[in-house]
Design a protein around this ligand. Structure first.
Ligand code: SMO
Length: 692
């Protein structure tokens, strides 16, 4: 990443006092991290999965005879062995949710190519893989099945028909937001051991307590006899917020063996069967008065959910719907969402989870409207902003837009484009836990129900606690990610961990001071408090992005020259950590705008199954970035913080898309599908030349 010359404005100083940043997390940077695979003892057994070559299909035969006799093989499980008493939960956030079944291994029927059919446990990984390949799997293809509907919901307000009847102009947009792969550096990994006392599971997870509850239901073991530990987690991005069938299968295998069992997914397995993101079809219609006022918005969001439902399967579509119309005041709204199961890998939350999709629809509609009315896109936005008191949380949309307007470079000739996007980010509702103990002599132990996947949670939480307790952050030891050592909690997702988990930490510190009646820690007794902090309402972050791009006339290659990201994260605890979140999200947002797409052929065969075929952004693809912090305090939680984990990727894809379309507009190009690759841009330029 090119270093930004200087931030245009400093990221806001921490209001939490003198607490200094402390990088306990820097051991990850030093290579001292301990991930699931690092924890496997020498006697651990190894797992490989045999997977179906096609789907949907009837599973006519599984022949394990040859594999069972191969060297080192200790156990083979097939679908018939996995019919447990329960299934993993699905969050019932919408009406009429039909969660479908949750197969651990395919049984009778293969739902999608790549679904696991059998699990092999052997002494070595090579032996497990060899035996896996020796399992005979016979299938008969079934016709591609139509999507099986599993939910729908509508949001209506105002008089939509009158709004459209009165419109001077209506602009429409349909777009496909492609399937993308979360691409954590560490793929899914599980190390499970069984003993008379119960089941111990090391899991690369962002939600260990949820995983424990799911394992209890699936295996029929009381939750108190299961301990799930998420050690260092090498990225998650939503992809590790839901227990997956393979992880359940490994835990089940461990209960049948007297040695630990390790499975680490290969990168290919992650492409083939790991939870993916986005995969929404969006359509919108915006009704405008002649003066540019937006009168009404109709939108449809259609989610393709894959063959089993992740815990948060409905969240992206629901988020996209409930966010619309984002930062704008539009009195008449009709938004429909629906989702259906398909013969593909499961789709779940992925960094942004519906927010980038909503911003893409809304911000492209707004730019399209500006073009149709011959209006300035900034002025058109300004005419439609929600007033400061007309939003769910503290926000300054006019200030964000002014900063964006100042950041827009002048257009520099043909094939140069500047794009803008505003965004909103619901980020932090509900509750999180914290236990804080004064161990004596001014040392503290903080246990949180939130977790971390490299965000630097230990650093931020110790700063929050230390600021309130009046000690230095190194007096606080932070424990997380262990159902055996932390209070039950949600984990780390939905950009909530600082806003909600951090508020729990602040409340615990205040309660401990009250409990012990003093802050003279050298002389204070040992004492402990446990809190479950529930936010009175949901925090909403917001921001604006300006991207500038030049297209190469000969090759179509888009060069993003500069991105200015203006973010309102509320109270900032640690500016360095916030900057890391924004830059990481920005890189992922750029990737999905320009390169990323999990492509299948007409038979459901994965075509983008490796990093040779699926393009993620590299350091050289990241332009000059300027981060501008414009915080307004959240009024919806104790800390005043908003989320920032997803902010970087919400507005960036829309701003890049708008920049590319602005560059192409003089050629008469009105639409391009995502990702906006050089090939698509090149074709659009050629087609435009032909029709002139
Ligand atoms: S997409 Mo996130 O980890 O809620």
């Amino acid at each position: 990443m090119t270093a930004s010359p200087a931030h245009d404005l400093p990221i806001s100083p921490s209001p939490l006092g003198a607490a200094l940043p402390r990088f306990e997390d820097d051991r990850l940077l030093r290579g001292d991290g301990r991930f699931v695979a690092d924890l496997a003892p020498a006697d651990a057994l190894h797992v490989a999965f045999a997977r179906a070559a096609q789907g949907p299909a009837r599973l006519t035969e599984i022949d394990t005879a040859r594999a069972s006799a191969m060297p080192g093989v200790r156990l083979i499980l097939t679908g018939a062995d996995t019919r447990g008493p329960g299934r993993a939960a699905v969050n019932p956030l919408v009406e009429n949710l039909d969660p479908g079944d949750w197969p651990i291994l395919a049984h009778d029927r293969v739902a999608a190519a790549g679904q696991a059919v059998a699990l092999v446990v052997a002494e070595t990984l090579a032996q497990a893989q060899d035996a896996g390949e020796a399992i005979g799997i016979e299938t008969e293809a079934l016709d591609g099945l139509p999507a099986a509907p599993c939910f729908s919901q509508t949001w209506n307000s105002g008089d939509i028909d009158t709004a459209f009847a009165n419109a001077a102009k209506v602009v429409r947009l349909e777009l496909t937001y492609p399937r993308v792969a979360p691409m954590a550096l560490e793929p899914r990994a599980v190390l499970a051991s069984w003993a008379p006392a119960g089941l111990g599971v090391h899991l690369s997870s962002q939600t260990p307590h949820r995983a424990r509850a799911d394992l209890a239901a699936i295996l029929g073991i009381p939750a108190r006899k299961i301990r799930v530990v998420a050690p260092d987690v090498g990225g998650a991005f939503g992809g590790k917020a839901s227990l997956t069938p393979e992880e359940a299968a490994v835990a089940l295998a461990a209960t049948k063996l007297d040695r630990p069992v390790l499975w680490v997914a290969t990168r290919s397995e992650e492409f083939l069967a790991g939870p993916q993101g986005r995969a929404l079809e969006l359509a919108g219609e915006l009704a405008l008065a002649a003066n540019g006022r937006c009168l009404g918005l109709r939108a449809d969001v259609d989610a393709e959910l894959g063959h089993w439902l992740t815990y948060s399967a409905v969240v992206p579509a629901r988020n996209a719907a409930r966010i619309l119309p984002g930062p704008y005041r539009i009195d008449a709204l009709a938004v429909n969402v629906k989702g259906g199961r398909t013969a593909r890998p499961a789709v779940g939350i992925y960094r942004g989870a519906g927010r980038p999709e909503a911003a893409m629809l809304m911000e492209r509609l707004v730019e399209k409207a500006a073009r149709a009315l011959g209006a300035d896109p900034i002025a058109l936005r300004r005419a439609n902003l929600r007033p400061p008191d007309g939003f769910h949380d503290g926000a300054d949309f006019a200030g964000l837009l002014d900063a964006a307007a100042r950041a827009r470079p002048a257009r520099r000739g043909a094939l140069h484009g500047v794009g803008t996007a505003l965004y909103v980010e619901p980020c932090g509702q509900g509750s999180e836990s914290a236990t804080l103990r004064h161990d004596g002599a001014g040392r503290f132990t903080l246990a949180t129900g939130a977790t971390t996947q490299g965000q630097g949670r230990e650093t931020a939480y110790s700063q929050i606690a230390a600021g309130a307790l009046g000690v230095t952050p190194d007096a606080i030891k932070v424990i997380h990610g262990d159902t055996g050592a932390t209070p039950a909690g949600v984990g780390a997702l939905a950009s909530r961990s600082t806003a909600i988990g951090g508020s729990a930490v602040l409340e615990a510190a205040e309660r401990l001071i009250a409990e012990l009646g003093q802050r003279d820690w050298a002389n204070a007794p040992i004492g402990q408090v446990a809190v479950s902090y529930k936010a009175p309402d949901e925090a909403w972050a917001s921001g604006a992005v300006v991207a500038s791009v030049t297209l190469d006339a000969e090759t179509g290659t888009p060069t993003i020259e500069r991105i200015v990201l203006i973010d309102d994260a509320g109270v900032v605890v640690n500016p360095t950590l916030v900057e890391g979140q924004l830059r990481g999200g920005l890189a992922q947002g750029l990737g999905e705008a320009l390169f990323e797409n999990v492509v299948y052929d007409a038979h459901g065969q994965l075509l983008a199954g490796s990093l040779m075929d699926y393009a993620v952004p590299r350091a050289g693809d990241i332009p000059e970035v300027a981060l501008i912090s414009r915080p307004t305090r959240s009024r919806n939680n104790k800390l005043g913080a908003k989320g920032v984990g997803e902010a970087g990727c919400i507005g960036v894809p829309a701003a890049i898309a708008n920049a590319i379309l602005a560059a192409l507009a003089p050629l008469g190009v009105e639409h391009l599908e995502l990702p906006m690759t050089a090939a698509k841009i090149w074709r659009a330029i050629r087609e435009a030349e032909k029709t002139r």
